[in-house]
Design a protein around this ligand. Structure first.
Ligand SMILES: [Zn+2]
Length: 372
């Protein structure tokens, strides 16, 4: 049921429209206290205390205060707007003149008009000095991003310089980007929409879920974090290709919010699952270098390929690995076989495409040179 908007909700809505006040959030389908806390750099406990919540249950349309929000004013409420308000605009002089296109110091900039949660995207730069520009995403500060607001130099072929961006899962606030060159700076923002996936409750058998407490997990996570920190030059020159021929993704796919145990915390699915029989060949999605190839408690038999430019692909749960760390691989090369090793309930390939360590939707890369 959709509860009617309360008076306080309406006041907060109006206040955020008028003053661009941060700190209020309206619960959407698929949200959990965990996802909201993660997206806003706070904790479930802090949100419960701040909002006087008796438990973690949320209703769609419910208004939550976020840390730093001013208390609701006690004045009568105006009528609520028919639609949720647009994000508060930046001051006029900080906006791109006609998004999604702008220029800075003679360099032309293009960005997507809108983005989805968990999407990879590019800031396209063209012009003779495009390669000298730097790009930052200041909106990543305060989000759960490994190295927020990294200073990026555009990469790519002459005439098509790009900087890769990504929208972290759990985040629906606009992406803010900055392009600077020779002391000139352009800043713009791109609206983000959610994925609207209901939470999937897996209730895994303890035989499988026990892996989440495996003592080897810390070493496993440290190994992949090291791979995420790589910043090597781009090595691919051809479009990305599917990791298996003729296999479709399942509904339990990218960005799906899940609980693994009854009542357990919600975690996002950072990859896409492709069910296939054990032994089905697993193929490298593009040229690169094998960074990890080994057996881990959660990811099972895992291969991580670094493609350069901060892009890595990960292949989980394989039955057999055919590559070794340090090995160079080419697009379409068989790197292993489908299995059900690690935290897996049946034979499938879990494929991830990470951009500077953050999960992005693999489908946005397939059959393309860049995500778009
Ligand atoms: Zn998966």
């Amino acid at each position: 049921m959709l509860p009617a908007m309360t008076r306080r909700t309406a006041v907060l809505f109006a206040a955020s429209l008028l003053f661009g006040m941060a700190g209020a959030y309206t619960v959407k389908a698929g949200d959990t206290l965990y996802s909201i806390a993660r997206a806003n750099g706070t904790t479930v406990a802090a949100l419960m205390k701040l909002n006087g919540l008796p438990d973690t249950a949320l209703e769609i349309g419910q208004e939550l205060r976020l840390p730093g929000a001013a208390p609701a004013p006690a004045t009568p409420a105006p009528q609520p707007p028919a639609k949720p308000p647009l994000p508060a605009p930046l001051p006029e002089d900080q906006l791109t003149p006609t998004p999604p296109a702008a220029t800075v110091a003679g360099v032309n900039i293009r960005v997507p008009a809108s983005l989805r949660m968990g999407e990879a995207f590019i800031v396209q730069l063209s012009g003779t000095r495009a390669a000298q520009a730097t790009v930052r995403f200041p909106s990543e500060v305060g989000e759960d991003v490994r190295r927020p607001n990294e200073v990026l130099k555009p990469v790519g072929a002459a005439g098509e310089y790009v900087a890769l961006g990504r929208v972290v899962l759990g985040k629906t606030t606009p992406v803010v980007y900055e392009v600077s060159l020779n002391g000139e700076l352009v800043r713009g923002r791109i609206p983000v929409v959610g994925l609207d996936q209901p939470i999937q409750h897996l209730n895994l058998p303890t035989r499988i879920s026990g892996l989440l407490q495996d003592p080897g997990r810390a070493a496993e996570d440290a190994a992949v974090e090291k791979a995420y920190a790589l910043r090597t030059p781009q090595v691919w020159t051809r479009p990305f290709a599917p990791a298996m021929s003729g296999v479709k993704a399942t509904s339990s796919s990218f960005g799906q919010p899940r609980t693994y145990l009854a009542g357990g915390p919600v975690a996002y699915h950072f990859g896409t699952d492709y069910p296939a029989p054990v032994g089905t060949p697993v193929l490298a999605v593009n040229d690169g270098k094998v960074i990890l190839a080994g057996k881990y408690p959660v990811r099972g038999n895992l291969v991580v390929i670094d493609h350069g430019a901060g892009v890595a692909s990960l292949y989980f749960h394989q039955s057999k690995l055919l590559v070794k760390p340090g090995q160079t691989v080419t697009r379409g090369q068989k790197i292993g076989e489908v299995g059900t090793t690690g935290l897996s309930a049946g034979p499938h390939l879990h494929l991830e495409v990470r951009v500077r360590g953050e999960g992005t939707n693999p489908e946005t890369w397939m059959n393309r040179l860049w995500p778009r």
